[in-house]
Design a protein around this ligand. Sequence first.
Ligand code: BTN
Length: 244
Amino acid sequence: MTIGGKIISLESVDSTNSLLLSDRYRLMPSGTVMTAETQTAGRGRGNKIWFSPKGGLYFSILLDAQTDLNEYNKLALMIAFAIRGQLIQYSENADMRIKWPNDILADGRKICGILTQAKTRGETSRVAVGIGINLNIAKPDFPQDMDIDPVSLSELAGEPIDKDLFLRELLDRIEKVHNDFLDGGFEKILDDINAVLFSKGREMDFSIKGRTKNFRVLGINPDATLRVYSPETGIITINIIDTK
Ligand code: BTN
């Protein structure tokens, strides 16, 4: 299936995820991509706002969901891995890691976030995989009160990034991993994903059902959940829907 066979490019929108999943776009083919220069109500995980100033790359991919919606947690990780692959082409010296469930951090600073949302109508479901990448955002244009220090790819690369070219290259990569996903390919790249997992073997706070707890990160499981350890709980599994 072609990802980006149809691309809808907008100047400003509330959220590319919300608009693409709205009834207005219900007849759009699977694989349609919507981009926006800015978003007025960009959404992040856990009901957070995704600040979307000009210069960032904001887009969503609309997909017909054919399987269990939990499977899309695997796709989001596969896409994160593909995005990481592209980001390091532009910034070879950065330590580019995947922070479960699907952020990308460069030297511990947030460069990309992914939000997967689904909409079910009757028997069928559609998924929007929304991707925000800090591409050409000057440091003062980021809000001051972000949870994780943000960084822009242009800062790492030392030069502005050609957004159209970057998106074209990225959609090619995403099309490949989407086909791999449909062929059940998550487990094949799981070791590679775990090799670049942020905080692997170290301790990290997780907000689970509203309570923050500290765990040692052990690795991502074949079902895309996270294996963690604390002396109090032993080894347990964290599910994306349980985290804030
Ligand atoms: C996160 O890190 O919490 C996920 C952020 C996802 C942001 C993208 S930008 C394009 C798409 N539209 C949205 O409203 N959110 C996603």
